[in-house]
Design a protein around this ligand. Structure first.
Ligand SMILES: Cc1ncc(COP(=O)(O)O)c(C=O)c1O
Length: 415
């Protein structure tokens, strides 16, 4: 397992936003992975282990690496890994050992973390939509931090988790994100102010505000725009006697799909600059909830071509059907939003490639992953060939249906 230098501080720290903590040196063994490529470990596993169905292989060293990179890039910020991105026990335990905290979405994720030996004080219940009995369960287990974006949810928390810390999620536009999360979660800043007031009336502890700039966010300035609103809210509430101290920066840190993305350091710099600009000397606690950015590049799916066909003999475009699709783990190809990079066993054999439509194996016409995104694959590709789908460690294994059309759920192995 990779180890941080002794100087790396990945604890929950409270510090002035503009106190630019000097980044510690980070020496990691082995050397940095090639971002978005299949690692040697994954290639060896696939070479040595035949399967007759798709398999997701996760390289845990890359998860470690990504965590340490982000913790280094945001040294004043506590990292709460978003368990939903990939809830494999091996991943949770590796991250826990490095000092990570965890953003959980449900009672099931609370139980999972507890069963991995993670203390409840390291969990934040980040879903704004919770059953009251699940809030009660989490609170009784020791979870004390809850997210909210509605009055009724606050009342549930006040009854089921009296005295708990709460933060209110505000709406964002999600512009610049390949997988925006706008509308469903959050409320306007004005409503958030009312909720924070109401939280205090209900005996809760109004701690602050959270937001999510949209998943796979390519625009480094996305955080600054929202932080400007958050800082203004903090000031308005100060004048009304409510002193907030918590800013939850959410997720949004990218994996490397078809488009190039900036590294953790660039994100860290942009966010730290924005915090300094917007909050000045104010004492705040910042937390982040990365999911995709920690596990996306750590996984590769090996799949197999089931059929290559044409709909019209005169057409150039071939239809390539894989043994994995929209319902067996690749749900984020919906609307051709997330564009994975592909590698085939025919690459390099011939330079000639041609346009393809890429589809899954099920009898559902929605199971077409890429039709307009201009995917090109070798013209020699044929049934039985191997296709590696790169950077598929996030939001795949848990999106996979259980037996739709008789196909098994996506198998995952952690290496
Ligand atoms: C509350 C919350 N936090 C964090 C995340 C993780 O986001 P990402 O995978 O973009 O890092 C999500 C994603 O849905 C979320 O809903």
């Amino acid at each position: 397992m990779l180890q941080p230098d002794s100087g790396v501080d990945v604890r929950f720290v409270r510090s002035p936003a503009n106190l630019r903590v000097t980044r510690p040196t980070l020496s990691l063994v082995p050397s940095a992975p090639q971002r978005g490529e299949a690692s040697e470990k994954i290639r060896r596993f696939f070479a040595e282990t035949p399967h007759d169905h798709p398999v997701l292989a996760m390289d845990l060293d890359i998860v470690d690496w990504n965590y340490l990179q982000l913790a280094w890039a945001l040294p004043e910020t506590a990292i709460y890994y978003a368990v939903k991105a990939n809830p494999a026990r091996e991943i949770l335990m590796r991250l826990a050992a490095l000092g990570s905290r965890f953003d959980v979405a449900s009672r099931g994720e609370v139980e999972l973390c507890l069963s991995c030996g993670i203390d409840a004080s390291r969990l934040s219940f980040g879903n704004t939509i919770k059953k009251e009995r699940d809030i009660a369960f989490a609170h009784a287990a020791g979870v004390s931090l809850f997210s909210v974006d509605a009055d009724e949810e606050l009342e549930k928390i006040a009854r089921a988790a009296p005295g708990a810390d709460v933060f209110v999620r505000i709406l964002t536009k999600g512009e610049g994100a390949e997988w925006p999360l706008s509308r469903k979660f959050g409320c306007t800043p004005e409503m958030a102010e009312e909720l924070l007031f109401r939280a205090r009336e209900l005996g809760l502890n109004p701690r602050g505000v959270s937001f999510h700039v949209g998943s796979q966010q390519a625009d480094l300035s996305a955080w600054d725009a929202v932080l400007a609103e958050v800082a203004a809210m903090f000031e308005r509430l100060d004048r009304k006697g409510i002193h907030l101290d918590l800013v939850n920066l959410g997720g949004g840190f990218p994996a490397k799909y078809r488009n190039d993305v900036r590294g953790a350091e660039a994100y860290g710099d942009a966010i730290r600059d924005a915090l300094a600009r917007r909050f000045g000397n104010r004492e705040i606690t910042t937390i982040a909830e990365p999911g995709r950015g920690l596990v996306g590049d750590a996984g590769v799916i090996r799949s197999e071509v089931v059929l290559v066909s044409r709909k019209d003999a005169s057409e150039d475009v071939r239809w390539v059907f894989l043994d994995i699709g929209m319902f067996s783990g690749l749900a984020e190809t919906m609307g051709e939003a997330i564009k994975y990079r592909l590698e085939t066993s025919r690459d390099g054999e011939s330079a000639e490639t041609g346009r393809v439509v890429l589809a899954g194996p099920s009898c559902d016409s929605a199971d077409v992953m890429y039709e307009h995104a201009d995917y090109r694959l070798p013209v020699s590709l044929t049934a039985g060939d191997e296709v590696l789908i790169l950077s598929t460690g996030a939001y795949t294994s848990t999106y996979s249906s259980v037996g739709f059309n008789g196909f098994p759920p996506l198998e995952m192995v952690c290496l």
